[in-house]
Design a protein around this ligand. Structure first.
Ligand code: DOR
Ligand code: ZN
Length: 343
């Protein structure tokens, strides 16, 4: 196959940041994606409806003329979140999900949840109105090995929350383990799971063997090869519960290449080219549309995009690095030559 036309994809987990960084990265997403679920981990975080509305307006104002893109907003769940503010933001059509960061789990998660009893009323209200909870699924306990934090979270936090909140619709975000794949497969359709592009390509050796590679460091951290293979099988299966959430998370090189560097891979410019190659390698090009364009809207109860993109077999021309007013940001290097481009 040398050409593939699919419904225009959406990104169900994206970090756009704000200000100069947002202006630099937004066109790279809007070029290929119609919509994206926008992460609320700004400084300060987007915790109330009025803040989400203002952030959405800043995103739309930063969109270059002629580009169409719909930001799907989220609120950052804190122990002080007002369930009625969440319900109103949902009823007005402003927000499509609420994001749960366990306190301290990742970038700008300090205002996240430490005591889950304190968010019970909000979760109950969300179950009532059918508003999805997007979950960063890692425990933060210092005594739990970082490579085990996702699996432990499923047992100790996620499953108990779902049992205590019948009907709560949950997205397990950026899953990285076969444990998460198995758990997701065993649930009903109130549960979805996103998979990033980079976790389909790298395992922990890519980060650590032969010298440390800060640009491959993200959270949840990439795991063993057997887990990467489980993610590949899930993504390329076409199963409706698995869909693309890139977690494209730009940080300047200055902030990545530090003694304590930031977590995140910037994949917005080359995600579709990488995915085409991954799906082709696994003889699943006919299921790329399900993963990137159909399963996400099905979970979020939104229409599939009516326009299309065409991928052709020709070397893509995306930048290795982009310039921002804050400094250069390196684009994720899949470690192989890409053969597909989006036209
Ligand atoms: O690698 C990551 N980067 N994981 C996250 O959960 C947050 C993100 C970011 O905001 O940089
Ligand atoms: Zn993220």
């Amino acid at each position: 196959m040398t050409s593939l036309t699919i419904a225009r994809p959406d990104d169900w987990h994206l970090h756009l940041r704000d200000g100069a960084m947002m202006r630099a990265v937004l066109p790279h997403t809007a070029q290929h994606f119609a919509r994206a679920i926008i992460m609320p981990n700004l400084v300060p975080p987007v915790v109330r409806g009025d803040q989400a509305r203002a952030y959405r307006d800043r995103i739309l104002a930063a969109l270059p003329g002629g580009m169409a893109f719909e930001p799907l907003m989220t609120l950052y769940l804190t122990e002080d979140t007002d369930p009625e503010d969440v319900a109103a933001a949902h009823a007005s059509g402003l927000i499509k999900a609420v994001k749960l960061y366990p306190a301290g789990a990742t970038t700008n998660s300090a205002s996240g949840v430490a005591n889950f009893d304190n968010v019970r009323a909000t979760l109950d209200r969300m179950a009532e109105i059918g508003l999805p909870l997007c979950v960063h699924g890692e425990v933060t306990d210092a005594d739990i090995d970082i490579f085990d934090r996702e699996a432990v979270f499923i047992d100790r936090v996620l499953d108990p929350i779902r049992r205590a909140t019948p009907g709560l619709r949950v997205v397990m975000e950026h899953i990285t383990t076969s444990n998460a794949v198995e758990y997701a497969r065993a649930q009903d359709d109130s549960l979805g799971a996103t998979i990033t592009t980079h976790h389909l390509v790298i395992n922990r050796n890519h980060i650590l063997a032969g010298g440390i590679k800060p640009h491959y460091y993200c959270l949840p951290v990439a795991k063993r090869e057997e887990h990467r293979l489980a993610l590949r099988a899930a993504a390329t299966s076409g199963e409706v519960r698995f869909f693309l959430g890139t977690d494209s998370a730009p940080h300047t090189d200055a902030n990545k290449l530090l003694p304590c560097g930031c977590a995140g891979c910037f994949t917005a410019p080359n995600t579709m080219a990488i995915l085409a190659q991954v799906f082709e390698q696994d003889a699943a090009l006919d299921r790329l549309e399900a993963f990137a364009s159909r399963n996400g809207p099905a979970f979020y109860r939104l229409p599939v995009n009516s326009d299309t993109i065409t991928l052709t077999k020709s070397a893509p021309n995306y930048p290795v690095q982009i310039d921002t007013e804050d400094g250069p940001v390196t684009v994720f290097d899949p470690g192989f030559d890409l053969e597909w481009s989006v036209c």
